[in-house]
Design a protein around this ligand. Sequence first.
Ligand SMILES: O=C(O)CCC(=O)C(=O)O
Ligand SMILES: [Fe+2]
Length: 242
Amino acid sequence: MMNYQQLAEKFWQNGFLVCADFFDENLMARLDRNIQQYFGDDPGFRHEKEFLEKSKTEVIPWFPQNSELEDFSTSLARPFDQLESDARLQQLTQALLGEGWGSLYSMVMFSKRGSSGQAWHQDCPPENPARFNLNRLIYTRDLNDHAGGQTLVVPGSHRMGVLPTGNPTEDLDEQVILRPRRGMLILLHGHTWHRVLPMSTGVRYSTNFRACPEGTPANITDISVYRNMRYQFSTSSVIEER
Ligand SMILES: O=C(O)CCC(=O)C(=O)O
Ligand SMILES: [Fe+2]
């Protein structure tokens, strides 16, 4: 039996929480197959070129539960629906965010072999500590140390305001390396400074069920903060050079 309150305290202390073996192997295998079926081996990039270059971010997103998108498929979406309704995931989310929390959307991120991962960022502006998204990241396959693709975080940085300017991908003194494994759940506060290391071998999938506290605007993740800019996704534009 999980002690959700204790886990929530740990999350609020560090700005992230790692739960190994949270999800069932078989469900993870199904999800992984669906992701593989959707992307194939060599999908094209979908973000604007300027974003890819300046953000030092090379991921291809898929929104598997969004039925308004052209590529929506009920059968590909089903295991994502099942994951989202997991009672333990919901209780843990409630312990973290309180009554009235809501789901934002789910997003799968694909990184090619040899791709640069993601530069240091915050998913949304940190100026108002009460306005944030929660990433609920799920990994459907192991990434060994040679593969790359580890997730780096700075503990406690969800309370340290805006990510300092500087080299978008350099090591930061306080960084901690998280090693994704099949079935792992990582809960990550959107203000926590985080990045993803380059992929050297193999491909990387991560699935993110984004959620937020009650009263959060639905477009909370429209603007993300990098060390060299603030970027707005809805207008595909750099809104601040840093
Ligand atoms: O894929 C990951 O491990 C982290 C992705 C990320 O930065 C995010 O979902 O906001
Ligand atoms: Fe992020």
